[in-house]
Ligand binder design. Sequence first.
Ligand SMILES: Nc1nc2c(ncn2[C@@H]2O[C@H](COP(=O)(O)OP(=O)(O)OP(=O)(O)O)[C@@H](O)[C@H]2O)c(=O)[nH]1
Length: 350
Amino acid sequence: MGRLSGINVAAEVPMFQHNTKQAKQLMRSAIPLMVKLDIPPTPYNYGIWYEYASNKNPKLNQLVDRALRRFGGLPAFVSKELFNEFLLPEEFQHAHHQSGRLKDITNTLETETITISGEVERFNSTLRNSKMALVTASENAQIEQLTTTLEQGVLRANQAIKLFGQSLKSAQDELAALKNELSDVKKNVELDPITLLSNDKGFERMLFSLVPYAEDDLTLLLIDIDDLSGVNQEYGTKAGTSLIRYISKLLLRLLPERGFLARLEGGRFAMLLNETELSVASQLAESVRNEISIQKIRYKNTKVLLRQVTVSVGVATLFGDESPKELVERAQHYLLYAKRSGKNRIAHHE
Ligand SMILES: Nc1nc2c(ncn2[C@@H]2O[C@H](COP(=O)(O)OP(=O)(O)OP(=O)(O)O)[C@@H](O)[C@H]2O)c(=O)[nH]1
């Protein structure tokens, strides 16, 4: 059931896209290779040697072979680089790239800070020397000379401060841009591309942010399209996907003002209702179920009218000190109960 038990970066990594049997075979080839070459069993190395054993990526294999020839093994920094280049999903690579930019900004600011400190120190020493010289200066020419020295010092210090101010300003702009990009990346990582709703990661984040503040009135509805695999078989997967999109729009329309909706996987949606007790949430679940069951849905590409579409709903309201995981498990339990009781129904605790 679902992928709700923890944010799983590995699930996105290409090496995990094989089926279990293939994966076991590949791991059986990868591990002896690692043992033979005395490669430390780090996560990076497991990833790389798994990919190496799959022989799917000639470029990676070429680079690994070259590193083995050159270093007689795979140094940690090489495996990290290879992992980042070949195995890390795009959004994480992006984050990697951003950390590089952040490093550039701090390097620049560090250099500029050293420069300005030197300039300020030099100006201080000019001030000290001028002060001492003023005690003994009696002639106009001496005083004029001192004035010129001070003037030049002020000018130089002023220029350094101006340059530093410009660097600070550009660092500030760059940081603001980075922050925006990061928030875009985060949104994309948490977005379901089919419905443009939050995905399971977005749901998990929202749930974890709500639970600590919720009393006994945070309710979760798990809404699952009945027999989606049958719809796929009868009308084609494109029609099935189009149905998922249709249901997502309908659910959005029925979503209460402060509710939250996510698509978890397949035809399953999570609706989170804050400050909503069980009786109110169950009524909503019932009207969602009813509204969907009376829809006449036509697949727009073929104009075919789909057979009746229904959903089953599991409803759970947070108990005392229940954890987010326990709440989800209870909602799943009720959803399963609704499915086993014949589908097109809702189920919740008494
Ligand atoms: N068209 C389409 N199908 C999907 C998508 N994601 C998952 N599926 C399919 O949805 C189906 C879900 O199947 P099950 O979880 O067995 O559920 P079901 O057929 O809806 O049956 P019940 O939930 O027991 O009513 C699977 O066949 C998946 O392949 C998608 O994005 N589009």
